[in-house]
Write a protein that binds this ligand. Structure first.
Ligand SMILES: Cc1cc2nc3c(=O)[nH]c(=O)nc-3n(C[C@H](O)[C@H](O)[C@H](O)COP(=O)(O)O)c2cc1C
Length: 193
């Protein structure tokens, strides 16, 4: 447990997902924050309504890469709220397959997606985690299964299409959240709050 001087903070955890893995990651982030004594608003970017990040002490956004892009509702959200997010502690978990690749070029490409998002929207998160997602072969239609198997094969990933493969490192996610909390507590202490 990270000591925040008895003060729990409020976090917005906003995610976008197509196949469900990023929702699972966002839920893990939210649940870890809650076990550390913080309050969380967990929101799907497809149903944001009035998810104003400015009312939180920090925002952790999570989105997956699909065919080289983050989902449009997520990009729109970040575009609309980028200025507010830049004025507060914000973090981004970028979920992809290529970050788990054996090929360095693919990994570099994965690391470049958040840079391109920043160029497109102006949002510059202070903390970024590149997180491997999942291959849900049993849930894909024929074309998706074929395409993802080809990509996985090129990247040295799992190609057994009879099973799903979760590549997400849950310990790494908790460590990332802990690092953010430590940084925020340090800032609060320095500001004398
Ligand atoms: C149709 C499709 C396209 C994908 N395209 C990419 C891609 O361009 N780059 C990449 O690194 N991962 C790609 N992935 C892998 C996803 O990022 C990974 O499966 C992730 O877990 C999906 O998150 P979600 O379940 O929240 O949608 C793709 C996955 C699918 C199903």
């Amino acid at each position: 447990m990270i000591n925040v001087g008895g003060l729990g903070m409020n976090f917005l955890v906003l995610y976008s997902t197509i196949e469900g893995q990023t929702r699972k990651i966002a839920e893990a982030v939210a649940s870890h924050l809650e076990t550390q004594g913080h309050m969380v608003m967990l929101t799907d970017a497809n149903q944001v309504g009035f998810a104003d990040p400015g009312t939180s002490d920090g925002a952790i956004l999570c989105a997956p890469v699909h065919i080289g892009r983050y989902p449009s509702p997520f990009v729109h959200y970040v575009h609309d709220w980028g200025t507010v997010l830049n004025d507060m502690p914000s973090a981004f978990i970028s979920v992809s397959l290529s970050i788990a690749s054996a090929d360095e070029e693919e990994k570099t490409e994965a690391r470049d997606y958040p840079v391109r998002l920043a160029d497109e929207t102006g949002w510059k998160p202070r903390f970024v985690l590149h997180c491997a997602g999942a291959l849900k072969y049993t849930e894909y239609d024929f074309f998706k299964r074929w395409m993802l198997k080809r990509i996985a094969s090129a990247e040295g990933g799992p190609i057994d299409t009879k099973h799903d493969h979760e590549l997400t490192n849950w310990t790494e996610i908790k460590r990332f959240v802990d690092d953010i909390l430590r940084a925020l507590v340090k800032e609060r202490n320095l500001a004398g709050e």
